[in-house]
Design a protein around this ligand. Structure first.
Ligand code: G3P
Ligand code: MG
Length: 236
């Protein structure tokens, strides 16, 4: 099973509505998207701590109000074809995904200044108000506090831990939590680590794999979902 990374990061500006439409046009069923809060606490799709790389603005994302953020161009940096693209709210995102039949692996993106409880609270509110089906949602985070807030505030949603760990010791720390999946950096996933994750009953997913020739190998290790920037070659 293929999940488009940040939408379809190779084909459209990451974490945008164009990326979601590109995924749907390709027939992809799942996208991974990153969510953060604006200064006025609106959940929006964005990966980096600053707007510098993916917009024509400068500065920390969490210091922009939604209105200020909407003045920025979030597409032209990627390709002139996407000029005019805006940073989308989570509400717009889930509405579009529901319309286009796309399921969402929503990464609760925590940077140094993020308050995980507030972020998850605002995300939970949008998930509930849009009525986005929990079976079409997989929440994930590198942040254990964010994961604990997800489990508490969205008990119907599956929650995954994203990790760069290479040794299985971290699995002891998460054992008391009701985590559904572990999302490993494909560069660090050994057969031993895969076995340890699977033997504890977690679904095993990897990021970010762009070499299609390795897909069979990871499938053999028990990987269920592959997060990739460019899903097209995987379906050839
Ligand atoms: O969700 C997996 C992957 O997206 C984590 O890394 O930095 O691309 O958000 P990053
Ligand atoms: Mg991510």
């Amino acid at each position: 099973m293929i999940i488009g990374h940040r939408g379809v990061a190779a084909l459209a500006p990451e974490n945008t509505l164009s990326g979601i439409n590109a995924a749907a046009d390709l027939g992809i069923k799942w996208v991974e998207l990153d969510v953060q809060l604006t200064r006025d606490n609106v959940p929006v799709l964005f990966h980096d701590e600053s707007v510098n790389r993916c917009t024509n603005g400068i500065g920390r994302l969490d210091l922009f109000t939604l209105a200020q953020l909407r003045e920025l161009d979030a597409g032209a940096w990627f390709n002139a074809r996407f000029e005019g693209e805006k940073v989308p709210t989570l509400e717009e995102t889930l509405t579009l995904c529901a319309q286009r039949g796309i399921s969402v692996n929503l990464e609760i993106k925590c940077h140094s200044k993020t308050a995980p409880g507030l972020l998850v609270e605002k995300v939970a509110k949008v998930i509930k108000s849009t009525g986005f089906p929990s079976e079409n949602l997989l929440l994930s985070s590198f942040s254990l506090p964010a994961i604990e807030h997800c489990l508490a505030m969205l008990p119907d949603c599956r929650v995954g831990l994203i990790t760069e760990q290479t040794a299985p010791a971290f699995l002891d720390d998460i054992e008391p939590l009701n985590i559904f999946s572990v999302h490993c950096d494909q560069r660090h996933l050994s057969p031993e680590l895969a076995d340890a994750i699977l033997s504890r009953g977690y679904q095993l997913n990897i990021w970010t794999l762009n070499e299609v020739r390795k897909a069979q190998y990871f499938h053999g290790l028990g990987v269920t979902h592959i997060i990739t920037d460019d899903p097209a070659p995987f379906s050839e």
